[in-house]
Each structure stands twice: as C-alpha cells, then as structure tokens.
Ligand binder design. Structure first.
Ligand code: ZN
Length: 297
C-alpha cells in the first residue's frame, strides 16, 4: 500500500575552564579505522563461513556455491566480515527484493546521514489515545532495533505533533484521499523522491479505527522508512506482507526477513544505481550485520 510521487541539511566546543581567562577544550582527533587486508564471507542465513575471496586493491570479490557473488570494498567492512545472500529461501534476493525495493533502478531511502526519523501526527489522529498508543509502540519497537546509518551513526525514532527533524513522515486520517478512495485500502503511504532519496512522506488511514490497528500502523510506518512488501509465497504472512492481519504476534515477533532488513534500512546508501551495482548495495552485508546485532540465529 504505497505509491511514489517523483519530483523533483557544529556543536560549538563548550568553553570550560575555571579562574581567569577561558581555555578552549581541544576537540578529539578521530583516528581513521584501519582497513582489513581481506574479508571473510559468511552466510546471511547461518553465519557460517562460506566461499572464497579475491582482493584487488581495495576491492574484494566473494564467491560461494548457492550464494550470490558479492563485489564490495574493504572500506565497507571494517570488521573484516561480509555477508553473502543465498540464491534461494527467505533470505534470498527474490524474498527480499520487493521489500528492499528500488525506484527507476535506484535504491530508495532517506539521506545517508539521517540520524532521526520523526512521525508527525496531524490533528486528525493526534487527539486519539489508541492511535497515538499504536504509533508509540511502533516507535519503541523501531528504537529497540538499534539502527545505524551508512556512517555508523545511531538512528532514533520519535513521535511529534508538528515540525520534526531528520526524516519526517506525516500521519493523517482522510477517507477522501485519492489513493485511499481508488484503492479502497485502510492505509496508504506516499513518498516524494529525488532520484532514490526520500525527501518527504505521508501516511494516510481511511478511518480513525484503522489508525488504531497496531499491525496496520506499524506496517505503514515501516513503509515510511522506505521499505516495501515481503513475498507471501516465500515468507508467508509477515508484518510487511501485502495483506496482513490484526494479530499482534506479527508485531511482537518480527519475522527474520523483516527484522534483518528493517534493522539495516538506513545502512543502505540511497540513490545507488542498480545497473553495475554489486550485491552489497542490494543489502546482503547489511542484512548480515543485522542478524548479528539482533542475535536471532
Ligand atoms: Zn503495505
């Protein structure tokens, strides 16, 4: 339940010191993380070491039977590990492709430096305690995943009733919204995109009753992050399948395909061109890191 509309941003070192004359606190010099000399390929599914790697300068090609070949850079894997995606099963590209989707051959996502994502509740929702509670539960769930962006900075989620910083997605109830009327669906999310970069987003619910359904609210808010749908034929009914239920077990126990790719949603560089891009840009490695961090092997 989503549609794309193409169109088309110092902290002053605090003066400290005591007694006369102020002293400037020197800002710490950051030492660049040393690059590994090679990478170990691991299965995104089992974490087992798989395949072989060939290094050429700062580039590495990892191959393993039954897995998609990964061409990547040492700089993207400072911990010396890269994850390979199996060619079949729920962690395969076909299971993940509609979920981690592309637009006009470009990866979709909020700007790479995003560190906050704010869900702004418009007046048609902000006064409803049950709808606000559903949003707050989802914000808490998203924050519990410990997401980081491409630069390794933590991404945090918040609810607001106006303004909002970082990635901002507005939520409203509007039964007359063109997409809601046309699709006759209870929820719909729209993005404004510049290439593959999301510049703004709005989620519309058909009725306030719809905006109180936890699984629907979470589903739409995850669309707001820039993710699509999982594949029922491979992953069954998940929180992000095209058709969901109100059963909160979908929310409480996120399926692996959802949890791993969601937790890495901001680690994927937006606006990357698909043609010529490597499996890495398609998120294999990012998904792997997610597994590790979530510890759900
Ligand atoms: Zn959807």
């Amino acid at each position: 339940m989503k549609r794309l509309s193409l169109s088309l941003v110092c902290l002053l070192a605090a003066c400290g010191g005591s007694g006369g004359g102020s002293t400037t606190t020197p800002s710490p010099v950051s030492t660049p993380t040393p690059l590994p000399s090679n990478l170990t390929g691991r299965s995104v599914e089992t974490d087992a070491v798989v395949g072989t790697s060939a290094v050429s300068g700062t580039e590495v090609t990892l191959t393993a039977s039954g897995f998609l070949t990964l061409q990547t850079s040492l700089s993207l894997h400072t911990n010396g590990v890269a994850y390979l995606r199996p060619s079949t099963g729920e962690m395969s590209a076909s299971a993940v492709a509609p979920f981690v989707f592309w637009n006009a051959e470009r990866s979709v996502g909020w700007p790479a430096s995003t560190t906050t994502m704010t869900y702004v509740l418009e007046a048609s929702i902000s006064g409803d305690a049950a709808a606000v509670a559903a949003v707050d539960s989802t914000v808490a769930k998203l924050n519990s995943l410990g997401m980081a962006n491409v630069n390794g900075q933590r991404v945090t989620f918040a609810r607001a009733s106006s303004g909002g910083s970082g990635g901002v997605c507005s939520l409203r109830v509007d039964a007359a919204d063109a997409d809601i009327v046309r699709s006759n669906l209870p929820g719909w999310t729209r993005y404004l995109l510049s290439g593959g970069v999301i510049t703004s987003c709005v989620t519309i619910f058909r009725t306030i009753e719809d905006a109180r359904i936890l699984t629907l609210v979470a589903h739409e808010m995850i669309h707001g992050i820039g993710l699509g749908h999982t594949v029922p034929a491979i992953s069954g009914v998940t929180l992000m399948s095209p058709t969901i239920t109100t059963n909160r077990s979908l929310f409480d126990g996120l399926d692996r395909v959802v949890a791993t790719n969601l937790s890495m949603a901001f680690r994927r560089r937006p606006n990357t061109l698909l043609t010529g891009s490597t499996e890495d840009e398609r998120g294999a490695s990012a998904a792997g890191f997610g597994l590790q961090e979530l510890g759900i092997h």
